[in-house]
Ligand binder design. Structure first.
Ligand SMILES: *[C@@H]1O[C@H](CO)[C@@H](O)[C@H](O)[C@H]1NC(C)=O
Ligand SMILES: *[C@@H]1O[C@H](CO)[C@@H](O)[C@H](O)[C@H]1NC(C)=O
Ligand SMILES: *[C@@H]1O[C@H](CO)[C@@H](O)[C@H](O)[C@H]1NC(C)=O
Ligand SMILES: *[C@@H]1O[C@H](CO)[C@@H](O)[C@H](O)[C@H]1NC(C)=O
Ligand SMILES: *[C@@H]1O[C@H](CO)[C@@H](O)[C@H](O)[C@H]1NC(C)=O
Ligand SMILES: *[C@@H]1O[C@H](CO)[C@@H](O)[C@H](O)[C@H]1NC(C)=O
Length: 288
């Protein structure tokens, strides 16, 4: 229903919508590969090991801070956010997911459950982070996840860090930890994310997401020697990554729920000050 309404609105606004929602198109069929490029001078890169499926709720594909319930709200529900105070550390990577070689849209870091500075802690002490690219033919989002070491270790990827980074995210998204994913593993679960306009608590709304997780195999055909830091990441003589791509199909179970009882005014388009004033006036009326 929501999809229909959104599609209807998009049609009214003349926005282009893929005629039929599709999970994703294989980048390799369009000159791309399932590997980023660490930088423009380097052939090596990091596995694109997560895809947010193009047939997810279209709201989740909106990579835009000002969209309640969009991409960033979903990632808030997974404890990931943009870098603290806009401090950008580390270089941008490139990838071709079928639209030509382009720079990452952005980077998000695990916030250790602390929205105020948790990502700064990640930048210094290491942890999980993602880089992401959209695919124009399907709206799917291609993600390179990896768990890294601290700043002193120059943000080297930890042993097994590509698989671990992917599985921690897939585990958080479905509320069930994953130990060494296999191609036939599927699970689903719910998460809750919050959105505010510029941190204003009065605008705080929550969204409940349901993520259906499955894995795709046999897509990553590149040679292990192309994987950045492959020798340090590889464990027990295994390849640096297991070749599985986590596919996340995200739906919205409930959205736009006001977090604070007294922020009803936001939903009604009334200014907070005016609402407070009217409550005071009502109270005076009741007293007299
Ligand atoms: C994909 O990303 C590019 C560049 O960031 C942007 O111009 C474009 O609008 C995005 N497409 C979608 C469908 O979000
Ligand atoms: C959630 O992510 C954190 C950090 O990336 C990880 O330590 C934890 O095991 C994950 N939880 C689940 C249920 O996968
Ligand atoms: C998962 O795989 C890693 C790397 O091969 C291995 O070290 C670890 O023991 C495995 N864990 C489990 C629970 O099988
Ligand atoms: C929004 O509400 C949630 C849940 O109460 C809270 O954890 C979060 O800090 C709030 N965000 C802001 C910016 O107030
Ligand atoms: C992946 O490739 C292996 C070996 O080439 C094959 O045995 C397996 O059936 C393939 N799996 C899928 C899901 O296509
Ligand atoms: C992978 O690349 C290395 C180094 O270029 C080469 O020695 C090896 O034969 C390649 N393996 C495959 C399966 O192509």
């Amino acid at each position: 229903m929501r999809g229909l309404i959104l599609a209807g609105i998009a049609a009214l606004l003349g926005l282009s919508q893929p005629s039929q929602a599709k999970a994703f198109n294989d980048p390799a069929e369009n000159g791309g590969r399932w590997l980023t490029r660490a930088n423009s001078d380097d052939e090596v890169g990091e596995p694109l090991n997560i895809v947010i499926s193009g047939d997810s709720d279209p709201l989740v594909m909106q990579v835009d801070d000002s969209t309640p319930g969009g991409f960033y709200t979903y990632w808030d529900s997974l404890h990931f956010q943009q870098e603290f105070a806009g401090i950008h550390l580390g270089g941008d990577q490139l990838a071709n997911v079928g639209d030509g070689l382009v720079a990452q849209q952005g980077i998000l870091r695990y916030n250790y459950n602390d929205r105020n500075g948790g990502t700064l802690y990640e930048s210094r002490n290491g942890g999980n982070h993602i880089r992401y690219w959209n695919q124009s033919s399907t709206n799917a989002l291609f993600i390179a996840a990896s768990a890294e070491m601290d700043k002193e270790a120059n943000h080297m990827i930890i042993p097994n860090g590509y698989n671990l980074g992917r599985d921690w995210i897939a585990g958080n998204a479905t509320a069930k930890a994953i130990n060494n994913a296999t191609a036939d593993l599927t699970q689903k679960g719910q998460t809750v994310g919050y959105w505010t306009r510029n941190g204003d608590a009065a605008t705080n709304v929550s969204f409940t997401y349901e993520t259906e997780l499955s894995f795709k195999s046999n897509l990553t055909t590149y040679n292990s020697s192309m994987v950045n830091h492959n020798e340090q990441v590889s464990v027990n003589g295994n390849p640096p990554q297991d070749g599985l791509v986590a596919l996340l199909k995200v739906s919205i179970k409930s959205g736009n729920n006001q977090v604070n009882a007294d922020s009803w005014a936001v939903a009604h388009g009334v200014s907070y000050v005016f609402a407070t004033l009217s409550v005071i006036l009502s109270a005076i009326y009741l007293v007299y």
